[in-house]
Design a binder for this molecule. Structure first.
Ligand SMILES: *Cc1c(COP(=O)(O)O)cnc(C)c1O
Length: 421
């Protein structure tokens, strides 16, 4: 880690030496009150728009206008195989083989589809372990599957939490639960990066420990994909799902992604909800009555791809492909470390950083607890052009994103924050 210094000059110097600095120009950033670029620290919620997205979207609109349905085969990027232009690049981002990836639906829908296949409770092994304070949609989805199978979340859902119910979950808490209850746990299902605290779970260690106990292991990577380095294949994760509109910058409500480990690629015993887009590509258009799934993650596809919501992802993944996750993560560690350093200089006990202090246990986000005043502070930051968000009851989440945020953004943010606090 660089030795950080106070003073604007340091930020200017860091930006001058930043080899990713030019990527900021490839994005449209929201404007602040002075119609300058806002300090946009909300890429954990909705990533900024890659400028190239509009061009690609317009090309699809033109092909649609000119070609009609033949665009499925004749468009410059044939719509019928649209997601195949993305799987290679997305596979690199999550650390998998291309066959382990499918691009489809929206995140929570995909969570349901994965749970259908990978949550197979029995009377002796019916529990699910999640982290306490998991994203609500994940809690609703998991509870609904527990009930769907005739079990009761009261007895079948285990929530791992910190000491005194703290938000950050220590590894020992997870390993303890596995030790005590592992034999009755069917599924470990965690946010790889928790949306609230920004905590990164050690997915490799957890996966190994849980599988040793016979549990299936899946992750929600909404806050991890495009944020931290992932090696889903090598970690032997069973399945994962994520959205592409947060760190992956593909636009509001854009298409989701799933990972299914190669060892599940050809398992006819796994039940799944089927659709024609998961059917063997060679025989799909023979329109036969019997489902013959594609080997690999694409066998979970249901519908033909939503081209207009997938087009911006092409623009975004081109950028990720140029940069690479290792280089991106390197800058991210510096940028968030610098934010932490500057916040620590503020002489005030009216706020605390709840995100882990060890940079290996966090991504591009610091969650700051401001008892009583968090929402007020967030509003004032917003009207000063410093964008972050507020989460009930008393936390603001601040996410400097290495692709388009600068060290000077961080400097200016803390300058404004310090005055308010
Ligand atoms: C953002 C997010 C979601 C959102 O789900 P959608 O189905 O895309 O609306 C779900 N889970 C987690 C962990 C998230 O961070």
């Amino acid at each position: 880690m660089t030795e950080f210094r106070t003073g604007r000059n340091f930020a200017v110097k860091m930006d001058r030496e930043d080899r990713l600095a030019s990527y900021r120009k490839r994005f449209n950033l929201p404007k602040g009150p002075d119609s300058q670029d806002a300090i946009y620290f909300l890429g954990n919620s909705l990533g900024s728009q890659p400028k190239e997205a509009e061009t690609i979207l317009k090309e699809e609109m033109t092909d649609w206008a000119d070609l009609g349905v033949t665009g499925h085969f004749k468009a410059s990027r044939p719509w019928g195989e649209y997601t195949t232009f993305l799987t290679q690049k997305l596979a690199k981002i999550v650390g998998s083989n291309p066959e382990e990836i499918a691009i489809m639906n929206a995140l929570t829908v995909n969570i349901h589809l994965m749970l259908v296949s990978f949550y197979r409770p029995t009377p002796l092994r019916h529990k699910v372990m999640m982290e306490a304070k998991a994203f609500p949609s994940d809690q609703y989805a998991v509870k609904s599957h527990i009930m769907f199978h005739g079990f009761d979340p009261e007895t079948s859902l285990i929530e791992a939490s910190g000491p005194e119910g703290g938000s950050v979950v220590p590894m020992e808490a997870i390993l303890d639960i596995l030790e005590r209850e592992g034999d009755t746990i069917a599924l470990i299902y965690l946010g790889g990066v928790n949306y609230y605290t920004g905590q990164v779970f050690d997915m490799e260690t957890i996966t190994k420990a849980a599988q040793k106990k016979g549990c299936v292991v899946g992750y929600d990577l909404a806050h991890a994909a495009g944020n931290i380095v992932l090696k889903l294949h090598d970690w032997n994760v069973d399945f994962a799902a994520w959205c592409t509109y947060k760190y992956l910058n593909a636009g509001p409500g854009s298409v989701g992604g799933i990972f299914v480990h190669e060892r599940h690629a050809n398992r006819p015993d796994l039940p799944r909800f089927a659709g024609w887009w998961g059917h063997n590509k060679e025989t799909r258009f023979q329109m036969g009555p019997d489902f013959d799934p594609i080997a690999g993650a694409e066998g979970w596809q249901i519908s033909n791809p939503p081209v207009l919501s997938t087009a911006p992802l092409l623009a975004s993944l081109d950028i990720f492909d140029e940069v690479g996750m290792d280089v991106l993560r390197e800058k991210s560690i510096q940028l968030t470390g610098y934010l932490e350093f500057l916040l620590d200089q503020i002489d005030s006990n009216s706020f605390t950083i709840i995100t882990p202090r060890n940079y290996g246990e966090r991504g591009a986000q610091l969650s700051i607890r401001i008892p009583n005043d968090a929402q007020e502070v967030q509003k004032k930051l917003h009207s000063s052009g410093a964008r972050c968000d507020f989460r009930e009851p008393d936390v603001i989440r601040v996410a400097p994103v290495p692709l388009y945020n600068s060290f000077e953004d961080v400097y200016r943010f803390v300058e404004i924050f310090a005055q308010l606090i």
